[in-house]
Design a protein around this ligand. Structure first.
Ligand SMILES: Cc1ncc(COP(=O)(O)O)c(C=O)c1O
Length: 427
């Protein structure tokens, strides 16, 4: 029985049926190689995870050294140096007064921790989230997820969640495509949700500084400042979900740094350890200290090998200026995609920050009719031609380009060329 058959028989997945299976054998940098020797340029990085490139030698070396010493300790009953070192490092690199970290294993676990922490600190229980958002696949994280396509067969969901409109300039319900007007409207809608959709017990507002699964939605520059004013007036915490946007991807270490506001709690995972499983929920000390002894634990959380990998990964990201590289390469990709929009009617919008890029496809530019089937066809075509890209957006019509930040210019050229061929083919 080959790997694909074994998956079909023994592995629980919800793979997209229309995508031809590929079986990965090994990877390095932005290259993934299958068991039959075919090479792919990876423009999705295992869903925005391998920011420093697959198997960066310094990350692997640090993980191996830790494996030779200690693999597991149960870091909530015992102390381990590398865990303390990583927590100290995160306090240093995260914005503002963020200081103390709870370590878990996945993005969803990190978000769950943030929700519990916000409740414990405020003594309140409601949340405000955004339409189009995605925060994970557990019941609580799906409850605060606004992208309804991700919520099928998961309900009933938790009460006490209100949704304000995403600051989605290309498709906003207010009719204006002026980013500042969209920011004003959307911030006002946060206040509206507080006034008219809650029972007066809101613990926190949660948002992705750049929305990932929702189709790479970049809020207008002033949006978070305006929202923060509203939150401060009402004594509501701000949780930044940087699970996807963190660790250099957007051109800064954390995407919220583009917007000039300080979150109260910041959640990290994906890119934190270049592929080793780890999440971090970092909060101001007085918020973090609101957990009582024994109140919140995670057996594998803060695994020493993952923490060693994360420390090395952060060194690599900063040492090689990968956020700077992401900004430069991302601007080049977006400029090229905008040029391609002149000859490809399918391209409705090109947007992003750094190497977190979305290309929204539409069959009719005036009506902005989502081109879902075409987006899927271009992903399939690119895969066949040796380039891995993602698809996202609530309507499944946004191509996602989120490669390792180390990807070379020639690899990006080749990938864009293939996407261009795909656009020609499916138009
Ligand atoms: C913004 C955001 N939050 C949370 C999650 C959940 O992370 P995980 O799949 O590691 O649980 C994701 C995953 O895609 C995400 O993009």
């Amino acid at each position: 029985m080959d790997t694909v058959e074994k998956y079909q028989r023994y592995v629980t997945t919800s793979f997209v049926a229309s995508i031809e299976p590929v079986v990965f054998d090994h990877a390095h940098g932005a290259t993934v190689v299958t068991t039959d020797g075919k090479e792919y340029i990876d423009c999705f990085a295992g869903i925005a995870v391998s920011n420093a490139g697959h198997r960066h030698p310094k990350v692997i070396e640090a993980a191996k050294a830790q494996m030779d010493k200690l693999v597991h300790a149960g870091t909530y009953i015992y102390h381990v140096p590398v865990v303390a070192d990583l927590a100290e490092k995160l306090a240093e690199i995260t914005p503002g007064r963020l200081q103390k970290t709870f370590f878990g294993n996945s993005g969803a676990e990190g978000i769950e921790t943030a929700l519990r922490l916000a409740k414990a600190f405020t003594g309140k229980s409601e949340f405000i989230s955004l339409t189009h958002s995605f925060h994970g696949r557990t019941v609580a994280t799906l409850s605060i997820t606004g992208n309804v396509q991700r919520k099928t067969h998961g309900g009933p969901y938790l009460p006490g969640v209100a949704f304000a409109p995403a600051p989605y300039v290309y498709r906003n319900p207010f009719g204006s495509d002026d980013p500042e007007e969209v920011a004003d409207h959307c911030a006002e809608m946060v206040e509206w949700a507080i006034k008219y959709q809650s029972a007066g017990s809101i613990a926190a507002f949660i948002a992705e500084p750049v929305m990932g699964e929702g189709g790479i939605i970049v809020p207008p520059a002033s949006y978070f400042r305006k929202v923060k004013e509203v939150l401060d007036r009402h004594g509501i915490l701000f949780i930044a979900d940087e699970v996807q946007s963190g660790f250099g991807r957007t051109g800064k270490m954390f995407a919220i740094e583009h917007f000039g506001v300080e979150p109260d709690i910041l959640v990290m995972a994906k890119g934190i350890a270049d592929g080793f499983p780890l999440s971090a929920t970092t909060a101001r000390a007085e918020i973090a200290d609101s957990f009582q002894p024994g109140e919140h634990l995670s057996t594998f959380g803060g695994n020493p090998v993952s923490c060693a990998a994360a420390l090395a990964n952060i060194d690599v990201l900063l040492g090689e200026d990968l956020p700077g590289q992401a900004a430069t390469k991302g601007n080049q990709v977006m400029a090229q995609m905008r040029e391609m929009a002149n000859e490809h009617e399918l391209i409705g919008d090109v947007r992003g920050l750094g190497l977190m890029i979305g290309v929204e496809l539409v069959t009719d530019r005036a009506k902005k009719t989502p081109a879902k089937q075409q987006a899927g066809a271009i992903r399939a075509f690119s895969r066949e031609a040796g380039v891995l890209i993602g698809v996202g957006g609530q309507e499944g019509n946004v191509l996602r380009i989120q490669p390792p930040l180390t990807i070379s210019e020639s690899e990006l050229e080749r990938a864009l060329d293939v996407i261009g061929q795909g656009l020609t083919k499916v138009k």
